[in-house]
Structure formats: C-alpha cells, structure tokens
Write a protein that binds this ligand. Structure first.
Ligand code: BGC
Length: 460
C-alpha cells in the first residue's frame, strides 16, 4: 500500500518537472514576441536587428540540439537537465539586464543552448523514467506544455507591458527565472534514469530507482527489456547506416515534414504576432500583445484536440485537413493586408480571424505531427540519431524563416509573404501525398520492415 502511494507521488513529481521543462521551452521561445515592440523602441532597432535577436536564440538551440545528445549520454540525463536549468535561469537574468544589443544577442544565444538541449533531454528523461503504462501520456504532456509555455509568456508579456515604459521588455525576460528555479530544484531531488544507469553498468542503482516508480511485477521485465535494447545498441551502425538507400524515405520524411512545418511560417506568427497586429492597424503595444494572447489560447486548445484526434483520424487525414486549412487561412491573411484600404477598420479583425483559424489548423496537424512522425519512422538502431536530425532540421528551418521574414516582407510585400507561405503549403500537400506515411496503429517494427522491402511511404 505505502509503496504504491509513494510510487504515485513520485510520478506526479516527475510529471510536474516534465511540465516545467516543456513550459520553459515554450516560454523562452514565445517571450520574445511581446518584448519586441518595446525592445525596438528602447534600443532603436531596425526590423533586421529584431530578426537577429530572435534568430540568435534559435541558433543557440541548433547548437544545443547538435551537441546535447552526446553530452547527455556521457554525463547522464539528470546532470544535463540541471545544467540547462542553470542556463535557463542565468540566461533569463542576463538577457533582461542586457545593457546593449550586443549583450542581448549573446545572452539570447546562451539561453538558446538550454532550449536546444532541453528540447531533446527532457522528453528523453521523461520517456526513460516513466512507468511503462503512462509513458505515452507523459511524453505528449511535454508537447502540450510547450504550447502552454508560449501562452504563459504571452500572458506575462501582456501583464508587464506598459506603453509608458520602454524598458517593459526587461521584466518580461526576468520572468523566465522562476520556472527555471523550479526545474532546477525539482530536478535536484529526482533520480537519474534507470536506463542510463544500466548503460553505465550500474544495475543495482538502476533497480533501486525502478523500484520507486515501476509496478513491482513489471520490474524484472523492464530490466530485461533494457538489457535487450542495450545489446542492440551495442551494434549501432550510426551515421553510415542512416544514409543507406533503404533509409532514404525515412530521412526524406523527417526532414521534409519539419521543412513544411516551419516554412508555412508558423513562428512568424508565434514570435512576431504583436508586430503583425501593429502593422495591421491595432494601436499601442498593449493592444497588440493582447490580440496575440488569443493566438496562444487557440494554440493550446487545438493542441489538446489534436491529442484526441491523432490516434483516431490518423496521420494522413490530419495532415491533409490541417495543411489545406493552413493554405486557405494564409490566403485570407494575405487578403487582410492587400485589402487594408478597402476594408478600413474591418481589416485588422479580418486578419485576427484568419490568423486564429491558421493557428487552429496548425495545432491539430503540422505542429504535433512533425514531432510524432520523426519519432516513428526510423528503425530502433538509428532512432535517436534520426530523431535528432529531425529536431535539428526543425531548429535550422525555424531560424531561416524567422531571420528572413521582415526582409521578405520588404521584398515581396506584406500580403505576398503570406501567399508565399501558402504556396509552400500547396507544395507540402503534393509532397505529403507521396511521403506522409499512415503510421496509425502500425507497430514500429512493421514500419522498419516496410522500408526494408523498398516500398513507398504512401503504401503503408
Ligand atoms: C513547432 C514550433 C512552434 C510550435 C507552436 C511546434 O510544433 O515545432 O516551432 O513554435 O509548434 O505551437
């Protein structure tokens, strides 16, 4: 009795820590959005410099994701998450206190490292330490909490935005210190994962941790599974294996879905929505930030809906429904700008409306599908490596889009940028017809078998 109670408490603590990890990831990418209009006034920044500030955080994330995997294997999951919590806290403080643009850029890059590392290490920690029965739920909780983190950053930005105080952006960045401290303190008391301990030959210690979290009758099975898996890992072929011809489809799918997830322009809305609203005719930074809070709320609500739909409708249906909706709403967003003169005051509401529809369609499709599919399409032996290529592509493409958005707006025009993203969405539909596999209800072994037989993704 007492044992199972302890088990439950620990699982709740783990879930809470998982939540702060996801929350920080979302918070620190989303916080830039409400800070930008103030930063721009305070430091007299051009749009190009705003792109730099945003992109530097993402470049940090690329670097963090690139090296995070190796370091996490060497030092252990717990130590790496503790270090990233430390970077989250000190980075939030440093970026809030930055006296000039140079320090702001460096501090965002530094903070980005923690975002990249945690985007990889926190889900890994959760997956390895959760009791088998609720692992799926806890891992998708992390995804959901990213969108909650984005919403929290919008709300806190709104609460702190004061049109009379240009330095309002500073407390916005400082807020990130609090969840980081919670993550650090919580993680400090949590154990290392049994799987990592086993991989370092510390079986006794691994068993002790398992005994605290796993159903007593499942412990031996769990240990055996880990041993089997570790034995398979021993003959991991690594990069070479990943580039063999039969793996080509899996690679194209992972990189491709992240390309389309980012190139329909999602983060121009997530990071820049207050600026877009200002351009659309809303007045005052506060009004613009509040308009974007609605983006955050819709994002969370429809991500919850997607958790329900993903195993019922299946991947392909969601992909086509979602991407079609994204393309149509992008066309309307463009129209909101193109018809500004004719629509008058209506234009901005037209824009808010189509932007919310756009977010809703993204949140039920490309958002969660990207992360899910990269975890499904690779064979076990290269799953970690494959998924990290997917996540690297995600941060890389994200950087590219965010760094060029305002430049593109100047070159193409306000409306045309959104139509450009829409056109990419159309290509995504054609690409997806050939490449999006229906993995609903298919075991991961069957997916591997399918590639080995040289069959096409849409035959699955
Ligand atoms: C994307 C992020 C995006 C978020 C929005 C994620 O799936 O990878 O780039 O900011 O969705 O909710």
């Amino acid at each position: 009795m007492a044992e199972s109670k302890q088990n439950k408490v620990l699982v709740i603590v783990i879930a809470a820590i998982a939540s702060t990890g996801g929350l920080l990831f979302g918070f620190d990418t989303g916080v830039i959005s409400g800070a930008i209009p103030f930063l721009q006034l305070d430091f007299n920044l051009t749009d190009a410099q705003i792109e730099d500030v945003t992109a530097f955080g993402l470049i940090g994330a690329v670097i963090g994701a690139l090296f995070g995997g190796r370091i996490t294997d060497i030092l252990g999951r717990k130590k790496v998450i503790l270090v990233s919590a430390f970077i989250f806290a000190t980075g939030a403080w440093w970026s809030g206190a930055a006296p000039d643009i140079t320090q702001l850029l460096i501090s965002r890059l530094y903070l980005g490292l923690a975002i990249g590392v945690s985007s990889f290490a926190v889900p890994l920690y959760i997956a390895e330490i959760s009791p088998t029965k609720i692992r799926g739920t806890l891992v998708s909780l992390f995804q959901l909490l990213i969108t909650v983190g984005i919403l929290v950053s919008y709300l806190s930005d709104s609460a702190l935005a004061d049109n009379d105080v240009v330095s309002s952006w500073r407390p916005m960045f400082y807020m990130g210190i609090f969840p980081a401290i919670i993550l650090f303190v919580g993680m400090f008391f949590l154990p290392e994962t049994p799987r990592w301990l086993m991989s370092k030959g510390k079986e006794a210690e691994g068993r002790r941790v398992l005994a605290k979290i796993e159903d007593p009758e499942m412990i031996d099975t769990a240990i055996q599974l880990m041993k089997d898996e570790l034995a398979k890992d021993a003959d991991q072929a690594g990069w070479k294996e990943l580039f063999k011809p039969w793996m080509r489809n899996a690679l194209i799918i992972a990189i491709g879905i992240m390309f389309f997830q980012q190139f329909v322009g999602i983060n121009t809305v997530i990071y820049y929505s207050p600026k877009i609203f200002l351009k659309a005719g809303f007045e005052g930074n506060e009004a613009a930030i509040w308009a974007s809070v609605s983006v955050g709320v819709v994002n969370v609500l429809f991500t919850i809906l997607s958790l329900y739909l993903i195993d019922r409708l299946g991947r392909r249906k969601l992909y086509f429904i979602g991407t079609t909706g994204i393309v149509i709403s992008l066309i309307f967003m463009g129209l909101g700008f193109a018809l500004q003169a004719q629509l008058g005051d209506m234009a901005k509401w037209f824009l808010v409306g189509s932007m919310l529809v756009y977010i809703a369609f993204f949140a039920i499709s490309l958002g969660p599908l990207g992360w899910l599919i990269i975890s499904e399409v690779f064979p076990l032996r290269v799953r970690g490596l494959g998924a990290s290529i997917g996540s690297l592509s995600n941060w890389g493409f994200n950087t590219l889009v965010v760094w060029t958005f305002f430049k593109l707006m100047n070159i193409l025009g306000d409306a045309e940028v959104f139509w450009f993203f829409g056109a990419i969405g159309v290509i995504g539909l054609i690409w997806g017809y050939k490449f999006i596999p229906e993995t609903k209800g298919v075991t991961l072994e069957k997916i591997e078998e399918h590639w080995r037989q040289g069959k096409a993704p849409n035959e699955l």
